[in-house]
Write a protein that binds this ligand. Structure first.
Ligand code: UT7
Length: 327
């Protein structure tokens, strides 16, 4: 029987600049009270001039490698999940490869927005299982502050910058990746998107004037889709592994909104205390929320030997996915 891939190292990095809700009160028509009560967010970290998606990703990656006691030359593949890449091309993963000195690695990005880290883990796990790779770095990294419209109160209060990384290996200590399930529904692509700068609306004075180079979000649709798709995918992956919600020791959900997390736990009939929350500190860092939360949950002693941890996310696309880990 093949041994299951393991997450042997974790790390994260956030910019040192912290913005609280009062700072945003001075930028748009909002209030600390509205943001906290509607989203659970208190602060978020915002990239300084020198921070980029690749720099944050590289810091997180080096910490994950150190945690796993693995040298950069032993990395076979680097996958960066991001919707705010260093550039449209080449892949942010190639910049990371150069910064961390992983000269033997293949490097590429995946675009699955907030579900990107789960998509990356799914891919990494399959590559390790098949024998195609021994060590795969999966990094969720974003500088969303660079694609946010800071005049749009509907979106600018929600997001933050940061990166988290996991090393997926064929041997070593760490949580076993039992199974992953991913899905998407392209008919809902207009719920969250950034139209400008691609082949449909190549950058021009007109696209800039129309602010198409900023992230756009539908007002209400996303909230409902989010909790339904996260609860469904968790149930589906549990069932196909003969597990039940009662087997979950800790759910680490994508941190988009505290109310979405609580609604997902309710739909699953999971005690909300088993759903990890740190959105208060970082806001929604898209592909980075789950690996950042994994590090913090582990450091708080919530991820220990014998525990079953379920990761779950949804995001633009729409995309969704869940991963079961056994420690
Ligand atoms: O990772 C995926 C990315 N995004 C998400 O997951 C976001 C998902 N959606 C949400 O988290 C929530 O839908 C929001 C936090 C964006 C909004 O919460 P809501 O419960 O859907 O809002 P609501 O219906 O209670 O309130 C909407 C009202 C609107 O005003 P009117 O039209 O009712 O007068 C907005 O204009 O709240 C207004 N509003 C704000 N007010 C103060 C929207 N943003 C703000 C703001 N400050 N920042």
């Amino acid at each position: 029987m093949k041994t299951l891939p393991r997450i042997t190292g974790l790390g994260f990095s956030v910019p040192s600049q912290v913005w609280d809700n009062h700072k945003l009160e001075k930028m748009v028509d909002t209030s600390d009270e509205w943001i906290q009560s509607r989203t659970g967010i208190v602060t978020r970290c915002i990239a300084g001039k020198k921070d980029t998606t690749a720099s944050l990703a590289s810091e997180a990656a080096l910490k994950a490698l150190d945690d796993a006691n693995c040298g950069p030359l032993d990395v076979d593949i680097i996958i960066v999940a991001t919707m705010s890449p260093e550039m449209l091309f080449p892949a942010t993963a190639c910049f990371v490869q150069e910064i961390i000195g992983a000269k033997n690695a293949a490097a590429f990005d995946i675009t699955a927005a907030c579900t990107g880290f789960i998509y990356g883990l799914t891919l990494a796990s399959s590559m390790v299982l098949s024998g195609a790779a021994k060590n795969v770095l999966v990094i969720g990294a974003e500088t969303l502050s660079r694609i946010i419209d800071w005049t749009d109160r509907n979106t600018c209060v929600l997001f933050g910058d940061g990166a988290g990384a996991a090393l997926v290996s064929n041997e070593g200590k760490g949580g076993q990746i039992i199974d992953s399930l991913i899905g998407s529904d392209g008919s809902q692509a207009d719920l969250l998107y950034m139209p400008g700068g691609g082949s449909q609306y190549p950058t021009s004075e007109d696209t800039v004037r129309k602010r198409l180079h900023f992230l756009k979000m539908a007002d209400r649709g996303l909230f409902k889709v989010a909790s339904v798709s996260m609860a469904n995918v968790v149930n589906e992956v549990l069932v196909r592994n003969h597990l039940a919600v009662s087997d979950i020791d800790l759910l680490i959900p994508h941190q988009a909104n505290l109310r979405i997390i609580l609604a997902t736990a309710k739909k699953l009939d999971l005690n909300s205390e088993k759903a990890y929350v740190n959105i208060n500190k970082y806001g929604n860092t898209s592909a980075a929320t789950i690996p950042i939360a994994m590090v913090e949950a582990r450091d708080e002693g919530l991820i220990a030997e014998g525990k079953i941890i379920v990761l779950v996310a949804f995001g633009s696309g729409m995309t969704w996915g869940a991963t079961i880990l056994k420690y």
